[in-house]
Design a protein around this ligand. Structure first.
Ligand code: GDP
Ligand code: MG
Length: 255
């Protein structure tokens, strides 16, 4: 039996975006259909409870540290190159439904690019990482994205553009980088975040947002794919049960 999901991985409300100007959406709660499905408690039985997320970007921008800070609450000062690909699984509970993110950490070196590309396939989310303290790294973010998108369907992948090493940048440097990053996010339809794996700033908020949005997208895709018969029935059932419950309450009150 798996141990229970950690307390800070239990998501009951949709986490906020980092910057409203560069967000995938700015709604302040989950889609009502999704809430109905999850409320019906049958969601766990359908196939949307795991999502593949790939993390790409130049060598040493901080991809491995980003994942390690979140999954192990650890920060490694000394650089150790990632060989090929590696992955971690992090478990969540979203609206009462168990959900996992499979976080694929890829190597940024050219020589691993062809190996990595085979792992890009079937991703539900792509996290493109750049280093907020190095001007050139944002320029190659676009190239990383193009490579990752070659293996995926653009209409079904969520994109995140993440600036790391926030702790190393001065306010001025950060403002300037953020302006450019927000511009790029708008262009590629990505959600922008600035974080620091060293201090932990923004890391949990970011991954909880990734988990919530991929969960939401997975459930919606499932609803569409099935012509949503089964799930729609669940929604109807939940709604009618709720209605009946309300009616019964009303009746009891007047008697
Ligand atoms: P990767 O090649 O993209 O996986 O890069 P790593 O995660 O291995 O990090 C490369 C180097 O940057 C390491 O020496 C880390 O200690 C350092 N690093 C990563 N994230 C941060 C951060 O948020 N702040 C600071 N100051 N250093 C970081
Ligand atoms: Mg690495």
């Amino acid at each position: 039996m798996l141990p229970p999901v950690k307390k800070n991985r239990v998501i009951t409300r949709l986490p906020k975006c980092f910057s409203a100007g560069a967000a995938l959406h700015t709604k302040d709660d989950f889609n009502h259909q999704i809430k109905a499905v999850c409320h019906a408690q049958k969601a766990a039985a359908v196939s949307f409870n795991i999502a593949k997320v790939i993390v790409v970007g130049d060598v040493a921008v901080g991809k491995t540290c980003l994942i390690s800070r979140f999954c192990k609450d650890a920060f490694y000062r000394n650089y150790k190159a990632t060989i090929g690909v590696d992955f971690e699984v992090e478990r969540f509970e979203v609206l009462g439904v168990p959900f996992s993110l499979q976080l694929w950490d890829t190597a940024g070196q050219e020589r691993f690019k062809c190996i990595a590309s085979t792992y890009y396939r079937g991703a539900q989310a792509i996290i493109v990482v750049f280093d907020l303290s190095t001007a050139g790294s944002l320029a190659s973010a676009r190239q990383w994205l193009e490579d990752a998108m070659k293996e995926n369907d653009p209409s079904s992948v969520l994109l995140f553009l993440v600036g790391t090493k926030k702790d190393l940048s001065s306010r001025e440097q950060l403002d300037q980088m953020e302006q450019e990053a927000v511009r790029l996010s708008e262009e590629i339809k990505a959600e922008y975040w600035a974080v620091s794996a060293k201090s932990g700033d923004g890391i949990d908020d970011f991954f909880l947002r990734v988990a919530s949005l991929t969960f939401e997208a997975n459930v919606l895709a499932e609803l569409e794919k099935n012509g949503s018969r089964g799930i729609r029935d669940i929604i109807k059932l939940t709604e009618s049960t709720e209605e009946k419950h309300k009616e019964r309450k009303k009746k009891n009150n007047c008697c």
